[in-house]
Ligand binder design. Structure first.
Ligand code: RM4
Ligand code: MN
Length: 387
């Protein structure tokens, strides 16, 4: 019988939802429209709040600038509050301007680098009004052909640009630095891996931390090892959770490889990083191309909850004992026992005790929310990835 006593540690745990997951998304071939999709950041926040109401796990929403630009940031903050959520990380966008063809913070021309730095100054101003503490930076910079630019010079430009952005932050604000193996650049990315991100974070200062997007590695990479290393170094700032079969697929977290999600959360629990004091921000970064958005987010949040619950029931004492005595198969068996335990009944009971629906997806389906917003949200322009 599994020991469920640590499940109450879920009370402190929270997941941050990406505003862009509620808009239309697609591939480079087609963005599909669907009824009820938000037309502005206010409606995106309302959808995110619905996920939070049903799960009790998602009290923050990340925004992307300029996609989520509004005239009145205080009004957006107040709207979030009235919906029972708050605004989380502010993501800067460095990939959609013509000037950024050869890069942004690493661009050969100072004029373009200055523009990119200025964009972060604007994001930091937004953070001050919205009460956000995390500036999240994903750098799309890189080159497509050997010899196109100097890899070394680009690193020097990057270090300088990042230092200028870091200097603009307030004492209570952090810089989250994300890495990605390839795409949009194909020969080299300027921040391709956790090591590069880590090196820049260390050079910047304590409030610069690494973001691990689960879709941004080579196939077969042992992601939980990276998690353990970054936690050990005190530099794991956030996750961008999603699933992938091939590259940066941005599918629902826990759908392609629930065992990997469990292994990641096992490393998290071992270092007590599921607790808010760790400073790790558990964010989602997903796009729902063909499935309904709110329900896609609901499932994602529940997948993370389920994987964390499994990690919390690992018999750590027995595991340590098996590890110490070199009992390889017992150690592996202890971990597998936890992974194979069906946590859904215990989690449903837990939700009921907290006044939440036992089955949030079913309750959402029956609530009529989807039909209601589909009826209300007519006219205007639906939010869409990239706009
Ligand atoms: C990037 C990266 C960023 C996200 C954008 C939308 O691939 O993962 O985290 O903000 O996509
Ligand atoms: Mn990401």
């Amino acid at each position: 019988m599994a020991d469920l006593s640590r499940l109450n540690e879920l009370d402190e745990f929270s997941i941050e939802l990406p505003s862009w997951a509620f808009g239309n998304a697609g591939t480079r071939f087609k963005v599909f429209g669907s009824p009820g999709v938000p037309r502005d950041p206010f409606e995106k926040i309302s959808d995110a709040a619905e996920v939070n109401r049903l799960t009790g796990l998602a009290p923050r929403v990340s925004l992307h600038i300029p996609w989520d630009k509004v005239d009145d940031w205080s009004a957006l903050r107040a709207h979030a509050k009235s919906e029972g959520v708050r605004i989380g990380a502010i993501n800067s966008n460095l990939f959609q301007d013509d000037e950024y063809r050869l890069g942004s913070l690493c661009h050969p021309e100072k004029k373009v680098r200055d523009k990119a730095i200025q964009h972060h100054a604007e994001c930091i101003d937004i953070m001050r009004v919205t009460g956000s503490n995390d500036l999240k930076l994903w750098l799309p910079d890189g080159t497509n052909y050997p010899g196109q630019d100097s890899i070394r010079d680009r690193q020097d430009r990057l270090a300088d640009s990042l230092a200028r952005i870091y200097a603009l932050l307030d004492e209570d604000q952090r810089l989250l630095l994300e890495y990605k193996l390839f795409e949009p650049a194909f020969y080299h990315m300027d921040i391709p891996d956790w090591g590069t991100s880590f090196v820049h974070c260390v050079a910047l200062g304590e409030r610069a931390v690494v973001v691990l997007d689960t879709g941004h590695h080579a196939p077969g990479t042992n992601i939980e090892f990276i998690v353990a290393m970054l936690l050990r170094a005190g530099r794991l700032g956030a996750f961008d959770f999603n699933s992938r079969f091939y590259a940066d697929d941005d599918l629902m977290v826990g759908s392609a490889d629930p065992f990997q999600l469990f292994r990641i959360l096992h490393e998290i629990v071992q270092q007590e990083a599921h607790r808010p004091s760790s400073g790790v921000n558990f964010m989602l970064d997903q796009c729902h191309n063909i499935e309904p958005k709110v329900e896609g987010q609901l499932r994602s949040v529940l997948n993370v909850e389920e994987a964390l619950a499994k990690a919390l029931i690992v018999d750590h004492e027995a595991l340590r004992e098996a590890q110490q005595t070199g009992d390889v198969l017992a150690a592996n068996g202890i971990l597998m026992d936890a992974y194979r335990t069906d946590m859904r009944p215990a989690l449903a009971d837990r939700r009921e005790r907290r006044g939440l629906p036992r089955d949030p997806v079913e309750t959402y389906r029956r609530s009529g929310y989807f039909d209601r917003v589909a009826e209300q949200r007519v006219g205007g322009r639906q939010a869409s990835w990239g706009a």
